[in-house]
Write a protein that binds this ligand. Structure first.
Ligand code: ATP
Ligand code: ZN
Length: 824
């Protein structure tokens, strides 16, 4: 028998911990099941059993017993554990951090300290404060946090004193976050399931008519007569409380009365919370057009000798239709499909589109769902009837699949596939390829604007490449008109944030019952407030950035730490009371739109208007059904959305993304502009895009205008090669954070010099990043460029060892050092 188990805990510590399995649990424990284990003196955690064995660890360590087994059957498959391991190796973090990201919280138990009164003790000798606590615990155990609500003052010390005297008992209980959802049902009690007894009871009811009619309603709905005749209580039909109370003769008080008299009882039935999609009869899939059919065949051919294929198809070429046919084909061969989307905004439309075809075969998994629903999807995937299709955002990679045949990565170029914080800082597109490999599954990357990485892999033959150059239904690509804002300002023609041509086009679009999308990639009212006299601007106290003015809530907000500040009455520097707002955020654009086009109905889609769970859906549906005329938004409106009546798209400030100090600035600008332009004129008439810029001569602006991805690719690849950037080189960034700027600066210098001999010229920094302090921590960054001929395994080992060597020094021990592999 295996006496020991290695347990993975959802913590940032390295490796696993070994525990002893008590003999009565040994035959029950399986790899992949959750176990409850003690850690340190007081903490209790849920971990995953990753290895069972009989090798005793070194003798001097005292091995603790596991406390319990949570699952009879594994909740994580072995291949998932291997996938977690790959992620932690590649992205230089711990497997515990991956576990933490992978499992929904409801599958991880929390330990909380609970206090219970020891009733063997009589309370006579207690002092006043102790007596208060004793009284508060009269009927129930309480968590310290809850106890604090009824007893004032600092009670921790008093409680610990009482615990020492054993007046109260302190223990850690496990609270399960996931409680199955239940619905109350009503039924006749066992005692009254008897015709004679029931009749006698009715005769006592003469004076309470309401109870009589409620009971009669129940008996009718449950088809009680038949059950009584056959003397079989299990034949009673299920009647929910809600159903009963919707009967015109039934009432809630009467039901309570019947319950108190012991005639009816209420019991809970667990329900599946998941709303499944409803298939629409007769929708089925649409036939592919000729071009799409060619692409479809080419994809299948490409998969004959490669696992990954890139589908590069212009906006509105019908990539989604091709995905639908590929899904159909995978299902027909009995395989599961994972459909990855970069953003929740997009899932709304795609869920509807796919739901109508695949109905309840499809499960949806995303971060706006309550955790309980995510647990349900997880449990469904390890049951014997898992969803054949999962549609989800990046974390759905971690769901259990046992028969995966196809992964579709829609909008593969999207940066939101990359998790920024906390670890694991993984890219779901890249990890999807590794996941597919472990299952022998195929991958389709789809986009109108490929990332340079994917296009390079396709051109070099590593991936298959399939292109679609025409829109479905022979609709032309939109016409793009460049407006030189600098010139217009000089001629005093820009009186609003909209060029005169844009004003005209918006007006005529609205007059013709068409719709408009205006793109401004900044939320809030204005990105900077400035004192008119001395130029002072309010900044965050915890971060090294200026605050964004949000007019709707009348506050200044830090977009890095979320802190909010009141708007100063006067400049603290010179006392001038006039602060002016500089630059445009979506709020200010919305105000300008209302002023310029009072006849139009407008909506705004950005982080601030989409916090609620259904907010996206509402905004998108309203626009789709023509309830709004102008949609203003950040990059959320740029991708994947499919509307019928958008004839004009306005890009209000193309320079903003162009002037970011990042080697990917051109690539990003091209992608964002082309994507938002692609929302225009998707049906029938050719769409129009007005692109406002101060730099009309930038090559990337011309590339967008001509929809010339090839030119962008060639031109950018030259730079990337020359400067040793991806996709030729790999980048691993090292971040160091500390409260003390001097310590972090010294640590960064030390670390860089340790790495210098290994990477020589391909190490940049340490530098102060653009925002060099966030949440009171000073930041330094070292960029390591990994040449294609280096052994990446040994590179990783070198980096990890260097960090360990640095952190041995007492002076640097408290510096937080982490890695970001393939940063975006
Ligand atoms: N074969 C087809 N039959 C009928 N309608 C189609 C067909 N192919 C595409 N369409 C319609 O054309 C529109 C654009 O297609 P789709 O949304 O699939 O394009 P896409 O390539 O995914 O675009 P984007 O890159 O902008 O997301 C959709 O409304 C779709 O319903
Ligand atoms: Zn801040």
């Amino acid at each position: 028998m295996n006496k020991y188990v290695d347990v993975l805990l959802p913590l940032a510590m390295k490796g696993t911990l070994t525990y002893c399995v008590p003999s009565h649990l040994q035959s029950l424990l399986k790899v992949g099941a959750r176990v409850v284990v003690p850690l340190g003196k007081r903490k209790i955690y849920t971990g995953i059993a990753v290895r069972l064995h009989s090798t005793a660890p070194q003798e001097d360590i005292q091995i603790k017993d596991i406390l319990d087994i949570e699952d009879v059957q594994p909740i994580v498959y072995l291949h998932q554990l291997k996938f977690w391991k790959w992620i932690s190796d590649y992205y230089l973090c711990t497997a515990g951090e991956v576990m933490k990201a992978a499992l929904p919280s409801g599958l991880k138990l929390e330990s909380e300290t609970t206090i219970t009164r020891n009733d063997d003790f009589d309370g006579d000798t207690l002092d006043e404060k102790e007596w208060e606590i004793w009284q508060a615990l009269k009927d129930k155990s309480l968590r310290i946090a809850d106890l604090q609500k009824s007893v004032k003052g600092n009670i921790l010390r008093i409680v610990s004193g009482m615990a020492e005297k054993e007046v109260v008992l302190v223990d850690e209980i496990l609270t399960r976050n996931f409680k199955p959802k239940t619905i109350p049902y009503v039924r006749l009690t066992e005692a009254y399931f008897d015709e004679q007894r029931l009749n006698r009871f009715f005769s006592t009811l003469k004076r309470s008519q309401k109870q009589e009619s409620t009971l009669l309603a129940y008996l009718d709905m449950s088809e009680c007569a038949a059950a009584l005749t056959l003397h079989n209580r299990s034949l009673l039909k299920d009647v929910s409380k809600k159903q009963l109370l919707s009967h015109p003769n039934a009432s809630d008080t009467a039901l309570k009365g019947l319950k108190d008299k012991g005639v009816l009882e209420i019991y809970d039935v667990e329900t599946e919370r998941l709303k499944t999609q409803v298939q629409v009869e007769g929708i089925g899939q649409r036939a592919l057009d000729e071009e799409q059919q060619r692409a479809y065949n080419e994809i299948l051919n490409a998969w004959d000798n490669r696992d990954v294929c890139l589908l590069h198809g212009v906006t509105s070429s019908g990539k989604t239709e091709i995905y639908i046919h590929l899904i159909e084909q995978a299902l027909a061969s009995g395989k599961q499909v994972l459909y990855l989307l970069p953003e929740i905004a997009l899932t709304t439309q795609i869920t509807t589109r796919l739901g109508r075809i695949f109905g309840d075969k499809m499960g949806v998994y995303h971060s706006k769902f309550p955790d309980t629903e995510r647990v349900e999807v997880w449990r469904r995937q390890i049951s014997d009837h898992p969803f054949p299709i999962i549609l989800g955002v990046r974390s759905s990679l971690f769901l259990p699949f046992d028969n995966l045949g196809l992964i579709i990565v829609d909008e593969e170029h999207e940066t939101s596939y990359k998790q920024q914080d906390p670890a694991p800082r993984y890219n779901a597109r890249d990890a999807a390829i590794v996941l597919a490999m472990k299952h022998g599954a195929k991958v389709l990357l789809g986009t109108a604007t490929p990332s340079l990485e994917s296009y390079h892999n396709a051109r070099s033959g590593k991936y298959g490449l399939v292109e679609l150059t025409k829109r479905h239904g022979d609709v032309l690509m939109p016409e793009i008109i460049i407006e030189d804002v600098k010139e217009l300002r000089r001629k005093k023609l820009m009186k609003t944030p909209f060029a005169p041509r844009l004003m005209d086009e918006v007006r005529s679009a609205i007059a013709n019952k068409q719709q408009v999308i205006l793109f401004q990639n900044r939320r809030g009212y204005s990105p900077v407030l400035e004192c008119r006299t001395c130029g002072w601007t309010p900044r965050c106290q915890a971060c090294d950035v200026s605050l964004t003015y949000h007019q709707s809530i009348g506050k200044l907000i830090c977009h890095y730490c979320g802190a909010s500040y009141d708007i100063p009455m006067a400049c603290p520097n010179c006392n001038d009371t006039e602060l002016r707002d500089m630059g445009y955020g979506t709020e200010k654009i919305e105000a300008a739109v209302k002023a310029c086009f009072p006849e139009a109905r407008t909506a705004r889609m950005d982080l601030d208007t989409t916090r609620g769970r259904t907010a996206y859906e509402r905004i998108i549906n309203d626009f789709q059904h023509g309830k709004t005329d102008i949609l203003i938004g950040t990059q959320m409106v740029t991708k994947g959305l499919d509307f019928d009546r958008v004839s004009v798209v306005g890009i209000l400030n193309a320079d903003q993304s162009l002037n970011v100090p990042d080697f990917r600035a051109h690539e990003r600008t091209f992608q964002m502009m082309s994507q938002v332009a692609g929302r225009a004129g998707r049906r029938g008439k050719r769409g129009l895009v007005i692109l406002q810029t101060r730099q009309p001569d930038e090559p990337v602006i011309t590339q967008v205008k001509e929809n010339n991805y090839q030119a962008l690719f060639e031109n950018q690849m030259e730079e990337r090669e020359f400067f040793h950037y991806p996709p030729i080189y790999h980048i691993i960034n090292i971040y160091l954070k500390h409260r003390d700027e001097h310590v972090v600066a010294e640590a960064a210098k030390q670390l860089a010099s340790m790495l210098q001999p290994y990477f020589s010229g391909d190490i940049l920094g340490p530098d102060r990043p653009a925002v060099a302090r966030v949440q009171r921590l000073y930041i330094r960054k070292i960029m390591v460029k990994v040449a294609p001929n280096l052994n990446t395994r040994s590179v990783r080992r070198t980096l990890l060892a260097a960090r360990d060597n640095l952190l041995v020094y007492d002076y640097y021990k408290t510096v937080n050092v982490y890695f970001d592999a393939d940063p975006l």
